[in-house]
Design a protein around this ligand. Structure first.
Ligand SMILES: *Cc1c(COP(=O)(O)O)cnc(C)c1O
Length: 444
């Protein structure tokens, strides 16, 4: 089945779907020469800022934030108390509420909106509708819409990226086409169709939906394909989250330095969103930030890619996993070609989560804090437990000379606010059938 050079014990755990924490042996090595310069992250921040008035024009729900698409950093004392008790041994927990990001309802708003805005700017500049230094609200005028209607924007997605790209592209008047994998939820497709987005359904998985979209886009003139497996514009849009988070941490009185480490736990699909955020945070905080990805036991594509040490793309199918998970946002078999080489030296590690555990964590979050998320978005909650209770996690803390009492833990919640009520009820009802299981699971 496999010839991947994975450590034997890691391979055995992965294949038997036993959760594990994998620590990245290459953490701290230099970035490859191809790594995007930090000026590009700043350029993405600038783009989002100058497009904020446009966003407020396009989406009434952004009026109160003046077009800024951001989420709150919420103290998670309730969750921390429910899971570990509050003895102060572990610093402070926070939840980054990207489940509430406006318009798109998931972390995909960050990368997706950035890329569509960049495309719109460049087409409008090219056609003399927009002055490079001009007010971006011109992109919402009839003239701009007429221009954009001659172009299509295409994407392949398990759901949330399609929602983000589709809604943004349609709002600007583009012909928006979303290729959806078989695991995409019906309500996501319905929602897109209602917004005038063309949804193309595929029998296969996420990678096949992406490939189909890429192929169609290549064949069509005036078509921009948003390539989740290799797009720098998506990546940089995610990376732009870092500076805002840094401000929120400062406002919350949380210092990040050698004596006050920052831990961030990010649910991971193809790696673009968590990779971009990690990249942005590393640019600001360097070795003082420790980023861990959370992947489903059936879809640990970034873990497999990084642990194999291979340059060539490898997939979870190569080791006999089926990539079947209820965490539809994370159901990806092969990691981003753009992101893996960057994460090879920046990511602290990856832990895996069984589906049932996602539900237990989702319920713990709802019960302790009233926060309702989709299964994918609950994946990061186990992060602090892995560091506290597993031999690997304890070794990491020890080897880095970390005093956890001064640590800040940010659990990134990545999606949920658009999920229909009845779906949320179903998630919670299923989780209740698992009652009695611990919200901490870092053993087999
Ligand atoms: C897409 C997604 C992620 C992960 O982002 P990737 O770029 O695919 O790694 C995490 N959570 C949710 C809810 C998502 O939709």
């Amino acid at each position: 089945m496999t010839t991947l050079p994975l450590p034997t014990e890691v391979l055995a755990r992965l294949q038997s779907k036993q959760p594990l924490l994998w620590l990245n042996p290459r953490l701290g090595q230099p970035l490859p020469a191809s790594a995007p310069p930090t000026e590009l992250i700043e350029a993405a921040e600038t783009r989002l800022a100058r497009c904020a008035p446009l966003m407020a024009t396009l989406f009434p729900e952004l009026a109160s934030s003046h077009g800024q698409v951001e989420s709150q950093l919420m103290p998670a004392t309730g969750l921390q108390r429910a899971i570990v008790g509050n003895d102060g041994a572990e610093g402070a927990w926070f939840i980054k509420r990207d489940d509430e990001l406006p318009v798109a309802g998931s972390i995909k708003a960050r990368g997706g909106f950035h890329e569509v805005l960049a495309i719109a700017e460049s087409i409008a500049i090219e056609h003399g509708i927009l002055d490079p230094d001009g007010d971006r609200r011109v992109l919402a005028t009839a003239a701009a819409r007429a221009l954009f209607s001659q172009y299509s924007v295409t994407v392949g997605s398990t759901g949330n990226l399609g929602l983000s790209i589709g809604v943004m592209a349609a709002a600007l008047g583009f012909d928006a086409v979303v290729h959806m994998s078989a695991d995409a939820k019906a309500w996501k497709k319905d929602r897109l169709r209602k917004r005038g987005v063309r949804v193309v359904e595929h029998e296969g998985d996420y990678a096949q939906a992406v490939a189909a979209g890429r192929e169609q886009a290549l064949a069509a003139p005036r078509c921009h394909f948003v390539d989740d497996e290799r797009s720098a514009l998506l990546f940089l849009g995610y990376a732009a989250a870092a500076r805002h988070l840094a401000r929120q941490l400062a406002e919350a009185g949380r210092i990040v330095d050698a004596a006050h480490p920052l831990f961030v736990y990010l649910p991971c699909g193809v790696g673009g969103a968590p990779g971009g955020i990690t990249y942005g945070l590393k640019a600001l905080f360097g070795e003082y930030v420790h980023c861990f990805f959370a992947e489903p036991v059936a879809s640990p594509c970034v873990l497999v890619q990084l642990a194999s040490g291979a340059d060539a793309p490898v997939s979870v199918y190569d080791i006999g996993l089926d990539n079947r998970t209820d965490a539809d946002g994370l159901a990806v078999g092969q990691a981003s070609h753009l992101v893996s080489p960057l994460m090879a030296s920046q990511l602290a590690g990856v832990f895996t989560v069984p589906d049932d555990q996602l539900y237990v964590q989702l319920l713990a979050l709802k019960t302790s804090m009233g926060v309702e998320v989709e299964p994918s978005a609950a994946a990061g909650i186990g992060g602090p437990g892995w560091l506290r209770e597993s031999p690997e996690g304890q070794a990491y803390v020890r080897d880095h000379g970390i005093d956890m009492r001064n640590a800040t833990h940010v659990i990134w919640a990545t999606g949920g606010s658009l999920v229909p009520r009845e779906e949320l009820r179903r998630f919670q009802a299923y989780a209740e059938t698992l009652a009695g299981r611990s919200p901490v699971r870092c053993k087999g």
